[in-house]
Design a protein around this ligand. Sequence first.
Ligand code: IMO
Ligand code: MG
Length: 430
Amino acid sequence: MSTLVVLGTQWGDEGKGKVVHYLAEQADYIVRYQGGNNAGHTLIYENKPFVLHLIPSGILFPKKICIITNGVVVDPKALKEEIDVLKKKKIPIDGRFFVSERAHVILPYHKLIDGMLESDTTQTKIGTTKKGIGPCYTDKVRRVGIRVIDYIDKEVFLELLDQNLKEKENMLKRVCDIKKLKAEILKDHAVLSKFLKKYVADTSVMIADAIAKKKKVLFESAQGTMLDLDYGTYPFVTSSNPTSGGASTGVGMGPSNVDAVLGVVKAYTTRVGEGPFPTELFDKTGEFLREKGQEFGATTGRPRRCGWFDAVVLRHSVRVNGIKHLILTKLDCLEGLDKIKVCVAYKYKGKILKDFPASRIVQRDCKPVYEEMPGLNGIVRGVTKFEKLPANAKKYIKRLEQLVGAKIDLISLGRKREETIPASKNVKLF
Ligand code: IMO
Ligand code: MG
């Protein structure tokens, strides 16, 4: 196989940063296909936690090519900050990092609007990251957005900026002085457009060439399936398609170019922000998982809501994404629990639901039907072979596979790249 989509199967924060960092060594190209700097991908680099928001973690391997494609929304200021941090670490960037000319640009007014909508009590509060993601995608769909190619052409940019400030005037004047805002945007533009220019490329063509040359290309999502605009817990979702179909439109390639889809799944469930979460725990076990898993947002620092593994969510994810392979992460965080529960179905008004419901009311009010299993009964951290895992850990993994209908090929037992074991000898994803 030479191309692989790696995506989140739950509500984000499944450990995609670490997984991509683990797989990137075998890849030639690492490509981010949607989302923006709402993502927070934590991995261990030089023995310390390191967070990336926009750039794929493949950048930490000096020879890999890293690409941000058209499906992504790019905040040029945030991108520059991220690149500056990497450059300080002496990581080479130029010549191996590219941004699609068709990606849309996040501007300061998107962030202002995101903040205003979130504090507007007449609107549904989503609990966004306030990075301007939703308002930027909204502009894209409304056909008033500014793309990278427009941003780096001063004349085009000035015209589009005026158009946008004018149409958003009524809203923006409630929170800022528009003249000052424009001056700030123009000041940034003078620096940022020059900075961005050297990375701009037709990334669809680049990736087609790479695939034709049989290069290994890894496509990474941000967020997760339950935050997908179409198949997540709408309206408590992000504004893009992290699902595998999003890779096709988000990259500019046909679906036949995707050889396999690897779902990243956490051994329990977490969610940040508002919205339904059927297996959420409000007790000591929830707190235990939050502490043990260090479940605090990498982008906003918010404590993550924690709960048991939800097989209904995973079956939904496996189907929507065409997942055949899974990597189970954070199994080590279940160490120390006497009992583990797995949600196998939902109950709503006396009926058993096996498939994830579309109705926001059913999503909110359904109750999980649990199956109880014994705790792992042993230490999994540090184990280097599947066979050496405690018997209960192996049972848990097998049961999850049965319930969700996909194979768990890899198991992550810690934050470091090396703390990853294959479930059998013949696992080869890439
Ligand atoms: P990674 O890539 C977890 C959530 C926000 C909010 C909703 C909409 O690290 O897994 P947005 O700012 O995107 O408009 O917010 O989506 N959210 C995430 N939750 N992990 C993420 O990314 C997320 N990115 C957005 O908390 O509920
Ligand atoms: Mg995150």
